[in-house]
Design a binder for this molecule. Sequence first.
Ligand code: ARG
Length: 480
Amino acid sequence: MDRRALWSGRFEKGPSSSTLSFTSSLSVDERLAWYDVVGSIAHARMLARQGIIRPKDERLLVSCLKRLIKKIEKGELELCEDLEDVHTNIEFILTNEVGEAGSKIHTARSRNDQVVTDLRMALRDSVLEIVDSIISMQTALLKIAENNLTTIMPGFTHMQHAQPITLAHHMMAHFYKLARDTERFFDAYARINVCPLGSAALAGTTFNIDRKYVSDLLGFYRPCENSVDGVSDRDFVAEYAFAASLTMIHLSSICEELVLWTTPEFAFAEMDDKYSTGSSIMPQKKNPDVAELIRGRTGGTIGNLVSLLVLLKGLPMAYNRDLQEDKSPVLEITDTLVPSLEILTEVIETIRFDSDEMEEKTKNGFLNATDLADYLVTKGVPFRTAHEIVGKVVRYALKNKKRLEDLSMKELRNFHDRFDEDVSEVLPILKCIERRRSYGGTAPEAVKTQIDQGYLVLRKQRGRARNMREKIDEAWKTLL
Ligand code: ARG
């Protein structure tokens, strides 16, 4: 069997080896082989059902394609470098194995609709894998939160001591960012899971195909409405890449905190040895390389998102070969995000917090200054005035190396006559926390609500992901 291109008829001579290797996408799109074969099974089924190919051809094609699936799953499918891409390879194998029936598979389709169908099926699976991993990380965060409702620590703004919060409250902040990441992936999924197969090259086809049937067979929500759009739309790739980038950005924030919190300056936490690394020269070192690499690789993910957006900018309709370049960045994004989520979850599950150090650090930085101003407000002083007065109190305390709770009534009264003995009830750090009972606030009961709601969010998201997975599995059960 000679290995001519699928399009050799029009040419007097074949492409140079330089053109072949320059245009080949096999090294990247071979990862789509499984999806390509599944798509071909659905296409063959539909062609036969519509009377476009004979039942005998369908049988030959489908049984050969099913053999290919087994080979792919065992990692035994051999693809040929000089055959441009995965689609060409599969058609070549089909034709080689079942003869004329194989050469009928490409009726009423094009690689243009084929490649984007494959990619949509691949990203659909990636979304579900990512959502599962995000949920595992959230579960780890919830556990820490539950166990640390009264573990107090300084809360920061501008990396300066701001107001006291609890470790539980801080962990739940990360939790809700991740919950939105999952929502974004679900949103993207709704637009990923649309079937372009049957768009053919761009204009649709003269054959009486049934696009709805193919879409159903492959577990898609529906066929896309417009064939020109079908082959040129990569919005779903960009959306996926954005959702992944923002997730990586959230992970990088967690990682940045792990790096800071494990320094002797903070000493809030210690990472398990299993997830730490040493130095080749400094024997004492315990380095947070895992966290640093996730922080660093976030740059690569954002770069890939930008590559995709720039790739799409100004592209005319419909398919252009530029679009081949979408796969490497988007697959790289998955390859970065999934392992990052997995290992960071393990890091979080095994990290040890030093609650004594955290509490110790709440003694500095006048974390209760807002509470002192709020106190004056309850005594009838307008907030802005109270703010100004407490600012002066802080300046005085700094100069005299005292904390606010160390100041005598006499010293306080020098600043305002509304200061009274009951001021001692608002200054202890634990009080500052307990009194912030506003919805979403740091008081243990408010954080408990956040945790309870967190479990509900997780249950809903888990259920949604399970439904999506079941729909795909059902499709495969029928088709394969
Ligand atoms: N390898 C191509 C891609 O990834 C498949 C589609 C090629 N279509 C074409 N008309 N050359 O986009």
